[in-house]
Write a protein that binds this ligand. Structure first.
Ligand code: HEC
Length: 260
């Protein structure tokens, strides 16, 4: 079982779409197993769509009912695949619509199998142990702007001036918070492009306070757990501490911030 989850290597959760991919989509055996074990008790064809083995390949062509601008699966584009959005905790900033519905949960490695497949990772064959010399554990690498959109421009307004995000903090944001800076659904939720964005009040607290509690959240960490950068961590210790220190100081601007 561990073997099937090994050898994930992919650059990001958004990859340029392979034009041929959608034509002959084959659901990898490991992914189908995850559907079988977690989804088909409900998605068996009696509801909106079926994840039963004989029908599941059509999810690459099926439009989401709830978000009709998205397909259930657009290979290579996690951000445009509603099925991915539904299984990633907090991808939409909320957990109430998560699949499978609570109290059921998807094991993290199963979640990453689905995400990895959609993102374009090469999955090992189910049933083989893979190469024992390969590192075990999943590696979804990078949630930087570049990982999501190789030619992406950073919208982060940084500088050492008044009302600007300090440059060292901007680096951390650009390296870890790419979803918020490229054109995709998550972007509509929380803007963190400017220093002002971090100081907008939401529910009585500034955005930087919310961001800090999410940075520390075990249940719904931000960056999310799918941003596995090294040793199963979603952010490097150095970046975590730098960001945390900045938040703790109430997110000072470029003039007031003494780089950590
Ligand atoms: C207990 C029943 C149940 C299970 C198990 C379940 N779902 Fe669902 N699913 C639903 C229901 C009900 C809806 C529609 C309402 C909603 O989104 O909450 C839905 C909606 C969805 C949608 C949105 C469909 C659309 O057209 O917009 C996706 C995608 C989805 N489920 C994927 C999954 C996946 C993947 C799994 C397994 C990991 C899963 N579901 C497990 C009941 C279930």
């Amino acid at each position: 079982m561990i073997g099937l989850a090994s050898m994930f290597m992919l650059a990001s959760c958004v990859r340029p779409l392979d034009d041929d991919a959608a034509d002959d989509a084959v659901i990898p055996a490991g992914v189908q197993r995850v559907f079988d074990e977690n989804c088909i008790s409900c998605h068996d064809g009696r509801t909106e769509f079926s994840l039963l083995a004989e029908a599941s390949p059509t999810i690459v062509r099926t439009r989401s009912v709830q978000r009709s601008e998205l397909l259930l699966v657009e290979l290579g584009r996690i951000d445009r695949s509603y099925l991915a959005i539904k299984v990633i905790p907090n991808a939409q900033g909320r957990d109430k619509d998560i699949m499978p519905p609570p109290p059921a949960t998807l094991a993290p490695e199963d979640q990453l199998l689905i995400i990895g497949w959609i993102a374009g990772a090469t999955l090992p064959d189910e049933g083989t142990d893979g190469d024992a010399t390969e590192e075990t554990g999943l590696q979804i690498q990078g949630c930087s702007i570049e990982d999501y959109e190789p030619s992406g421009q950073s919208p982060v307004e940084a500088g050492i001036g008044v009302g600007l995000i300090p440059p060292d903090i901007a680096d951390v944001l650009e390296r870890n918070c790419g979803c918020h800076y490229v054109d995709q659904p998550a972007r509509h939720l929380l803007r963190i492009d400017t220093w002002d964005d971090f100081h907008v009040e939401r529910g009585g607290d500034p955005v930087h306070a919310h961001a800090r509690s999410r940075l520390h959240s075990a249940a719904g960490p931000m960056p999310p757990l799918s941003c596995q950068i090294e040793n199963g961590s979603n952010i490097s210790t150095e970046d975590f501490e730098r960001l945390d220190t900045w938040y703790e100081a109430s997110a000072p601007d470029g003039v007031d911030w003494v780089p950590y």
